[in-house]
Ligand binder design. Sequence first.
Ligand code: AHM
Ligand code: MG
Length: 338
Amino acid sequence: MSSSKAVEDVEAEVDKYTLSAFIISHTKDKEMTIMMNAMQLACKLIARAVRKAGVANLYGLHGSANASGDDVKKLDVLSNDIMINALRNSGMCALLVSEEEEKPIIIPEELRGKYCLAFDPLDGSSNIDCNVSTGTIFSVFERKSTGEPTVDDILRPGTDMVAAGYCMYGSATDFVVTFGNGVHRFTLDDSVGEFIHFGEMKFPAKNKTIYSCNEGNFTLWDDKIQKATEMFKAGPKPYSARYVGSMVSDVHRTILYGGVFYYPADKKSTKGKLRVLYEGLPMALLTEQAGGLANTGMFKGKLGRIMEVIPETIHDRCPIIMGCERDVEKVLAFYKEG
Ligand code: AHM
Ligand code: MG
């Protein structure tokens, strides 16, 4: 390689956006940049813990249950501590909601900022111990009230979110974020310890035919979801089934390849399984911003955007049907037909 080529290569590297540079140039918001710096630091620390889990004896149960009654893994607890410490110490947050904390965390006044965040520190817990991709999901709201923060600062519809994203711990560590103006993907370059801009993330022009759901729940679903699933499987060109069981991976694939991911309500869980504040809303904003649709299916007597769901409690749940317009509309058509 000639020395001028080497210099050009280095210059090209320097020209690439880091996540921090991208946020400051796209939002012009220094507080958002500081808060997101804390978020990306937390994600890098979680990525390291996930990678070292085997040798560091981090697989297995912690021995407790979380607010939703799920068994908590050691990595869940560690990821939760990392997120809370990083965000609290950023000085930019007022209130935090975590899947692993029964109650909201009110940030002490001397460290308080304007953001209220909800997060699932390590989503896809059932996949942790078998080395399948997991992820961190977060939604960001700006508080409107003054004085002591309360849950009302975050029990708001998705349309109030100012940012949302996830970090996926897979064969690479990808950080995906939206500030309500498109979706951007960054990949962790371990050699420099930075998330580097990979590009805008959108549903493809030609969506693959993929349906993604836990079909083991088939008999518990309503007949519309059952019919939609039968339709995807029917010939002459049946859809492919893909289901990781980690929402981050399933949504990541759905946006990149196309298709539909659904976790509907069922006879046992009438609101579905996934949580509004740190699963439904952030993934709905990302899906819509990438050019797709995110709907609840029939929920509280009507079909509606997930973005318009107002959680009643911090760990409230809602049904989810999200993906490319073609396939979400195919599912909703069964409801519209009556
Ligand atoms: P978790 O937050 O306890 O990890 O549960 C959320 C996960 C999602 O990532 C995934 O889409 C879903 O639960 C899988 O549930 P199931 O095992 O019922 O298919
Ligand atoms: Mg989780």
